[in-house]
Design a protein around this ligand. Structure first.
Ligand code: ZN
Length: 264
């Protein structure tokens, strides 16, 4: 039976506690939420970390403490972000891979993000991919446009990426692609052979549309407050695990088995 892989993205860099009171901020809170998501059925944790005041950080001590707390309680696959937050330097953003997580995100192109933008030039991508090879970290190729997928193919051709290729396709970021069947199929159609993909939908409607589209298209689901803070229109989700539980339920209803980390 085909398995559904669910990634939890419990905090991100931009969501605030004013928007979602259950947002985890400290390493303890983030790790607790991830363990609850793993119990609910998530097999990958996509992790950003924060300072105690809620602002995003790439401080290695904070990443390490969060990873250690998660690994003490769960075998969930750990994916650290290298997306950082708006304004961070490439050298700051790549630091988390030195902690040797299982996976790390690798953004495949510069993207508008509201009134800001996140820079990902080709030389930066090559530097990030080389560091990931050096530390044996498997990249999640985050793409926000078809052109990002073309860039990833260039990196594959030049030997910076090795199969299997694991993509995170993002929809609904303000300033990038909207979330629709047309945009999703345009992206999925461009993926190279030996690819797996998770559909990341931003916002309440984008999240639920991307979740069902992932089931229909043979992809995987990402759930959590990084992408979406609502359970349904106007109703905040009670927890990250509540969103993961729904992803599990709709996947099972579609006849999919839920992939679990080895010891769960
Ligand atoms: Zn992220």
């Amino acid at each position: 039976m085909k398995k559904m892989i669910i990634t939890c993205a419990v905090s991100g860099a931009e969501t605030t506690r004013a928007q979602q009171p259950a947002l985890p901020i400290t390493p303890e809170e983030i790790a607790w939420d991830i363990v609850e998501c793993a119990k609910a059925g998530a097999s990958i944790a996509h992790i950003h970390v924060r300072n105690d005041d809620g602002t995003p950080t790439s401080d290695l001590k904070v990443f390490k403490r969060t990873m250690d707390l998660v690994r003490a309680k769960s075998d969930i696959v750990i994916e650290l972000t290298t997306g950082g937050a708006v304004g961070m330097s490439p050298e700051e953003r790549i630091l988390p891979v030195t902690l040797r997580p299982d996976m790390a995100s690798l953004d495949c192109g510069t993207v508008n993000f509201g009134d800001e933008y996140i820079v990902n030039t080709v030389p930066m991508l090559k530097m990030f991919a080389s560091e990931m090879q050096k530390y044996k970290v498997h990249p999640t190729l985050e793409c926000f446009d078809v052109s990002n997928i073309q860039t990833s193919k260039r990196l594959i051709k030049e030997g910076f990426l090795k199969p299997p290729f694991y993509y995170g396709l993002g929809f609904g970021i303000p300033g990038a692609l909207n979330c629709s069947l047309k945009t999703i199929s345009a992206m999925v159609d461009e993926l190279p052979p030996e690819s797996y993909f998770t559909l990341v939908g931003i916002g309440g409607r984008g999240h639920i549309a991307a979740s069902y589209a992932a089931i229909a298209a043979g992809g995987f689901i990402r759930a959590g407050f990084e992408d979406n803070i609502y359970y349904q229109k106007g109703v905040l989700a009670k927890s990250n695990a509540e969103l993961v539980s729904r992803a599990v339920r709709i996947s099972k209803e579609a006849g999919l088995e839920i992939a679990a980390p080895p010891s769960l």
